[in-house]
Ligand binder design. Structure first.
Ligand SMILES: Cc1cc2nc3c(=O)[nH]c(=O)nc-3n(C[C@H](O)[C@H](O)[C@H](O)COP(=O)(O)OP(=O)(O)OC[C@H]3O[C@@H](n4cnc5c(N)ncnc54)[C@H](O)[C@@H]3O)c2cc1C
Length: 315
């Protein structure tokens, strides 16, 4: 964000944070503390919580279909939430919702928008001029193509190569943005550059921007779908840039619904799904039986994954 924008938003955020209203609805002190505040991600991105509905007790309340707050002892509530998570009883988790304001590079937004079970409203580049902000990775994030994973990166680029890449990214982003303004015939503050010339419509000029330009949206989803998003995007297979956002959302969820967050980490993030054959191999192994024939029916990739999880299982 440039300095003018920064000051403008800081004032708006301060103003929003200044309004305190009383309510009978459940609120979460730890989340109220950061409500509306900007949490920076990457070089120009951010996440901020704009609104939320419910807390851990909303999940318990829905599961018990209770009249009051539906909570019992904290340990009993945690046990119920763990049970729901473990057995994929998903609808109680749909009773809590969160609305986030996110600023992110366009190429990250393209991955993010694949999560269809959310409500999205994006900043309109047909209506407004995008800021002169591009994601330029940290030198340490520049890596070579992975050989083992076609979708991933591997070792860091050597210094000179990284310098060349950074120079290209910076100059291409800048040049395309300059030409964007030239086509619009507007400067960054929206003033006409050349009064004798018509500018191109914003909806067309934007096509010249690079994918590392930043966009923004409001993104509202329920806790069940948020957990699905996090399970996929916190994972090491997800791209570093979207993972940076997902990691920050996990911290927000920790504040908002600590009991659900703990169940999610235990039964989703840290858990592994085993196929029927692998379960049979494990059971046979515990009984002391020969598992060679059973194990040979597993595919090469699954065998490798399971060996990493349980070294020595197939030896
Ligand atoms: C590491 C990684 C690599 C990826 N690589 C690629 C890639 O190479 N190419 C690519 O195109 N995508 C890729 N994706 C995107 C991925 O395939 C999913 O589209 C994305 O993660 C959204 O997941 P989702 O459908 O579970 O989420 P959501 O869209 O939020 O859906 C949540 C759940 O709702 C249900 N649902 C939603 N809509 C429908 C529907 N229309 N019909 C039936 N059920 C529905 C499904 O059960 C779904 O799991 C990748 C994702 C990850 C995490």
């Amino acid at each position: 964000m440039n300095r003018v924008e920064n000051e403008k938003y800081a004032a708006e955020i301060e103003d929003a944070r200044g309004h305190i209203s009383s309510t009978r609805r459940v609120t979460v002190t730890a989340l109220e503390e950061i409500l509306f505040e900007i949490c920076p991600i990457l070089d120009h991105g951010f996440i901020r919580v704009v609104d939320y509905m419910g807390d851990d007790t909303a999940i318990v309340q829905a599961a018990r279909v209770s009249y009051g707050r539906g909570t019992k002892k904290v340990s009993e509530d945690q046990a119920l939430i763990n049970y729901l998570m473990r057995h994929h009883h998903t609808t109680p988790f749909e009773m809590a919702e969160i609305k986030l304001h996110i600023k992110l590079p366009i190429f990250v937004a393209r991955q993010w928008i694949r999560h269809r079970t959310a409500s999205v409203n994006e900043y309109s580049a047909r209506y407004s001029v995008l800021d002169r902000e591009f994601y330029i990775p940290e030198r340490s994030s520049l890596a070579v193509q992975s050989r083992s994973n076609r979708q991933g990166r591997s070792d860091r680029l050597i210094y000179d190569e990284a310098t060349r890449v950074l120079d290209i990214l910076k100059s291409d982003s800048s040049r395309n943005y300059d030409n964007y303004l030239l086509m619009l015939n507007e400067d960054a503050l929206g003033n006409k550059i050349d009064p004798s010339r018509d500018g191109l419509a914003r909806e067309l000029a934007r096509m010249n921007l690079t994918l590392n330009a930043y966009t923004q949206w409001y993104w509202k989803t329920n806790l069940h779908n948020l957990f699905n998003f996090l399970r996929l995007r916190v994972d090491a297979h997800a791209q570093f840039e979207i993972r940076a956002y997902a990691d920050e959302i996990v911290k927000i969820v920790d504040r908002w619904v600590p009991a659900c967050s703990s169940a999610f980490k235990e039964y989703r993030l840290g858990a592994k799904t085993l196929s029927a054959t692998v379960v049979a191999v494990l059971q046979a192994k515990i009984r002391g039986e020969d598992t060679t024939a059973l194990a040979s029916t597993l595919g090469k990739r699954e065998r490798l994954e399971i060996s990493e999880l349980f070294p020595g299982l197939f030896s």
